[in-house]
Design a binder for this molecule. Structure first.
Ligand code: 1PR
Length: 560
């Protein structure tokens, strides 16, 4: 087999390359149209927008050679965008023409009954129960999806898609095509290279039998079930920074203060003077990432909490961490911290898109934007709730699709007297209750946004930032809480409910988890799609598997 990977310039190709390396499969990259003649098998991975993919293929002179390759009958494995470009068109990019191999169109999910993008783990159902092809897929496992557009499964409205459908998935009340299969063509909407062991098995089976020659599957009239199998995600987060010796460590803030308190210093007096105020060191980033992957984390988040200004972009220590983590972790990786316009020490300007692209090429699946999102929200508000096309969110979402853009929100409670408060955030005020852990701090509060890791407050509320982020292209919100960070008091449910009802994109609850029941509470009471923790996992007080079993015991679907 002469396997080639097709990189049109904005795919998450490094993730797939890492998977093939893990499977011991050699491969080359398509670098010119002539390479298609040499290929005996081809994989086209991709995130990003339909239009960017089609444009990227045309700009590299690869569009027609790709179509000719597929029509030649040689094995093709498309992933996500690699499935969608097989269609004639997509609602995501009106005017862009796909390969037209599948006579149908890609449409956007309906977001009236669920958050869009569809980000997370879901199951698949084979259409043809009799002839389950042995390409390594099965109905009892979960695969990772991250997309806002899909090929809907409806044999009346989209007969062309139904002809090719091999398996379907239900999200909310909608059925869509999870995979297509016909003779030499096999493609998945989900990302097998990010679906853990199940995904590795699927790719390995295809490599062993790439042209499975599946007969045409029957077109069935199937209806959505009462409830989809979409799971709640458990995310492990590593805040990464250099310690006082310059080594990159995973640290953990207590309300964003990452330094030991004097009374935390070890008993040995000779050390007390050197370690009081030391940066908490909870381990090495890649080792912890590998541990959490093995423990069943659904996603990992690595936050560079002190972006390294003295390093040129290509020497950013966090890039090396990303490459190393992506080589041993096969679930989605989000990288945050310093995703903004920067200048290298030699004066070379680097746009936020350049910075994000460097992380995607290193193996990140999503980037997380913190401070820059607050500044962009301020411009959006001042500009009549309209974007200027220049923000990091807009430029990165345009190139890679909104599902690759996370906005990390660092809010702090701003306590006020509800009887006298006359500020602009009256409709966002939360009235405290006597049993609240912070009851002594004030009767009411709104949530104020901060930048620079909580070091500076801005006159922007968490609802304003959340809605600005959604409008400017974010696909998901990472909702931290400075007040609850590291406290173990539980997630700030008032904060999460407020933001969840303010946007249609997925929300990740973060900060404050102290035990497994806190995860049950946040999913049951707020409807968020994911919950994140750091300290309890780093200190091994609670395991990821323990959290998932607690969710299942509470009737909440989790991937185990
Ligand atoms: O502003 O774009 O450079 O991004 C900076 C990023 O670094 C943001 O995502 C910001 O949240 C994060 N950050 C900056 N300073 C700190 C700090 O702790 N001093 N970490 C920091 C914020 C929040 C969570 C934390 C959860 C769970 N960390 O990631 O891990 O609160 O903690 P817990 O489970 O232990 O309670 P930019």
């Amino acid at each position: 087999m002469r396997l080639y990977l097709l990189d049109y310039g904005a795919g998450n190709v490094q993730s797939l390359a890492n998977t093939l390396t893990r499977l011991g499969q050699e491969f080359k990259w398509i670098s010119s149209p002539a390479d298609f003649d040499d290929a005996t098998a081809l994989i086209f991975p991709g995130v990003g927008s339909f239009g960017s993919a089609i444009q990227g293929l045309h700009e590299r002179g690869l569009f027609e050679p790709l179509r000719a390759y597929i029509k030649s009958g040689r094995p093709y494995f498309g992933i996500c965008i690699g499935l969608q470009v097989l269609f004639q068109s997509s609602a995501e990019s009106p005017g862009s023409e796909g390969l037209g191999i599948i006579p149908s169109s890609i449409e956007r999910f309906d977001d009236t009954d669920k958050s869009v993008p569809h980000i997370g783990w879901n199951s698949t159902d084979f259409l043809d129960q009799a002839q389950k092809p042995d390409e390594g897929m099965n109905e009892t496992t979960y695969y990772y999806f991250v997309h806002s557009f899909c090929a809907k499964y409806d044999i009346e409205k989209y007969p062309g898609a139904a002809e090719w459908a091999h398996a379907t998935t239900q999200y909310g009340t909608e059925l869509f095509v999870a995979s297509v299969s016909r003779s030499n063509v096999f493609a998945t909407q989900f990302h097998p290279e990010k679906s853990g062991a199940a995904g590795l098995d699927l790719i390995d089976a295809w490599l062993k039998n790439p042209a499975v020659g599946i007969p045409k599957t029957p077109r069935l009239i199937i209806r959505p079930q009462g409830l989809h199998n979409f799971t709640k995600r458990i995310i492990a987060c590593m805040d990464v920074r250099a310690n006082d010796d310059g080594d990159l460590v995973v640290t953990k803030g207590d309300q964003y203060d990452v330094r030991e308190k004097a009374d935390d210093a070890p008993a040995d007096a000779t050390l007390a003077t050197t370690t009081a105020g030391a940066v908490r060191n909870l381990g090495k980033p890649v080792a912890l990432a590998a541990r959490y992957y093995e423990q069943g984390a659904d996603e990992l988040c690595l936050l560079n909490i002190t972006s390294f200004r003295h390093s040129p972009l290509q020497d950013q220590p966090m890039l090396a961490v990303t490459r190393a983590a992506a080589a041993c972790v096969f679930v989605p990786l989000t990288i945050g911290g310093g995703i903004k316009d920067t200048t290298d020490p030699d004066g070379t300007p680097r746009s936020a898109l350049d910075v994000a692209s460097a992380y995607f090429r290193a193996g990140a699946d999503k980037v997380s934007i913190g401070s820059e999102a607050v500044y962009a929200a301020e411009r959006w508000l001042a500009n009549g709730r309209k974007g200027d096309g220049k923000s990091a969110m807009e430029t990165i979402a345009h190139a890679y699709g909104r599902q690759a853009v996370v906005v990390s929100i660092d809010p702090r409670r701003a306590y006020v007297n509800p009887e006298t408060y006359d500020g602009p955030f009256k409709n966002e005020l939360v009235l405290g209750t006597a049993d609240s852990p912070e009851a002594d701090r004030g009767k009411a509060w709104w949530y104020q946004c901060t930048v620079s890791g909580g070091r500076e407050t801005r006159n922007v509320s968490v609802v304003q930032l959340a809605q600005a982020a959604e409008a400017l292209g974010a696909g998901e919100l990472l909702l931290n809480s400075i007040d609850r960070d590291g406290t173990g008091l539980g997630f700030d449910l008032d904060l999460v409910k407020l933001v969840k009802r303010s946007v249609r994109i997925p929300v990740v609850a973060s900060s404050g988890a102290g035990n497994a029941s806190h995860f049950v509470d946040v999913f049951r009471e707020t409807g968020v799609e994911a919950a994140l923790a750091a300290g309890i996992f780093h200190r091994e007080e609670v395991g990821i598997t323990e959290v998932k079993h607690a969710l299942q015991a509470a009737g909440i679907n989790a991937r185990i």
